[in-house]
Design a protein around this ligand. Sequence first.
Ligand code: FMN
Length: 651
Amino acid sequence: MYEQLFTEHKIGKVTSPNRLVFEPMGNYYAELDGSVSERDIAFYAERAKGGCGIVMTEVASVNSKTGRGNLRNLCTDDDKFIPGYQKMADSVHKYGSLLFVELYHPGCQGIAPINGGSMASPSGQESDLIHMPSHEMTKEEINSTVNDFVEGAVRMQKAGVDGVVLHAAHGYLLCEFISTYTNHRTDEYGGSIENRVRIIKEIVEGIREKCGDYPIIIRFSADEYMREIGKEGGMVLDDAVQMAKLFESYGVDALDVSAGNYETMNWAWEPTGFDEGWKMVNGATIAKEVNIPVIACSVIRTPQGAVDFLNKGVAFVGSARQFFADPYWGEKVKNGREKEIRKCISCLNCMESLMAADEDNGMRCQCTVNVEGGEECTYLPLKNNGDGRKVVILGAGPAGLEAARVAAERGFKPVIIEKTSEIGGQLNLANKPPKKDKITWLIDYYQAMIDKYDIEVRLNTEATAELIKSEAPYKVINAIGSSPVLPKAIPGLDQDYIITPPDVLFGKTQLTGKKVCVVGSGMTGIETAEFLQEMGNEIELYEMADDIGPGLFFQNLIDVMGRLAPGGCKFFAKHQLMSVSEHEAVFKNLESKEEVKAVYDNIVISLGTRSNTITDDIAKAFPDMISIGDALKSGRIRHAIEGGYKAAVEL
Ligand SMILES: Cc1cc2nc3c(=O)[nH]c(=O)nc-3n(C[C@H](O)[C@H](O)[C@H](O)COP(=O)(O)O)c2cc1C
């Protein structure tokens, strides 16, 4: 049905077996000295095995002294790195796929303290996101950087890597040169389009001189969307088309069209507010204007979306997050198992974890829906030694469903007991606010797994010790989730106009034209506010912490606020709810210490959840029961899925 995706296509002298590209994805998996780790090798090999015809590495720094993005960033500036890339290339080639390494220098978006104190950039402009000291590059610095890129390519060729990607996207050094937002030079490297791309021309010429027809792809931001944040300048599609033609004239083998920079990050790796296909226009427009293959991404998650993109003229469909979430996307689509795809839900846990990664916390880039992502070495292959032993799982939320999926894959026989009439647990709340329908993909995926493994699910069933005993289970897993907290310390929360996010999102309380106060601006509170606003209510959102959205990843906060604020919602940070009486809420302004009172039709309390408790009977009958997800401790979807995965792996 999607045969087009599985036809060969050339990039210069090499041929990809299909049209699927695993785009570069920073991961913090490399060794501390910048060499390829076993973790890297297993990670990329898995994407090749799963059906990506082209696998691109994360940013690989061409200068480990002045140009690293983090402490565990691949590097290319020493021959000692070659054997690692050789091994990586072999492991990708084993599955018939091509490996491209993305050569990069972070420019002003690098971390100055690990790169000599000041970041090189075309005009010494600081990034308004990370504010690192930056200096204008001298011509000598430009020349030596060109050389670093060329030497990087030489080493990759020696390692048997199929080609290189020159990273001129996302606000890093080469992007800074091509962009009018960051390049204010008046010499031959600034001003006209030809001048702004000169550094790339020199790199391409250098690689051609030393490596002959070694495949080169240029990845660049066709649009930096600066206008979206009220700023002028930056890459726009018209300029990008002209640049694409120039790149073609320099003899590069393909273009990879991306978007955004750090300041417009939401247009580069998009939060949930962006739909599949929204920026196809960039890749499609450029593809019409050049005769070399164009690779492009645009939140592609479905095979139909990928085919639509090919039909618009791109030669390859790229995604980083989709193939992180499910490396077997290609295999599944090819073999008519589309329903089994585990789609990326654009929650950006990958970017949040990557940004938080460091040596102290042991954090690495991780995926909410794919616990194995980046942990292939640790978990794969899964042991299949369940021998049909029964595992009773209480609760069909994400934790229970993942435990059941993995247990079934290991040959156990899971039986899920769920007290409500549907699977998904709190995913059925999380998918209700505007733009959160991608969460439904996750519920659909688990339904597909239930069907695939013929997992027994007993809906509308209250678990009792007798019922569980009658199954004679090898193990019992408690995944009964959590419920909203209504703090007893706040007087007045027992009134009928006091409601919780589930009341609103499950439709038990339907409100329109009301004045509603939402107390608590975590993700649930903020999204419930958005849901209620869309239903035509007037919303005031209160938060005790210093800022709205405490603990939320900034990209997601920007996304939701971009919809909530224009709708008229009023925000009150540093306000603690003290009491409620007769529809009047009394807050303490934690700054001025004044009392603030306001009257509302309804008050939504979104102050977190508390684990549900299992009955004493069950607890006594099954003392070695394993508790996971919210039943253990309230958390996000990743916490639930990770709990389910690990519990099932350890059975
Ligand atoms: C965690 C994360 C790390 C990324 N790292 C890189 C990178 O190293 N190099 C690069 O060119 N793009 C990088 N990107 C951008 C992706 O390649 C891709 O363009 C973006 O995620 C949008 O496409 P997608 O939604 O299909 O993944 C990264 C994106 C994410 C989310």
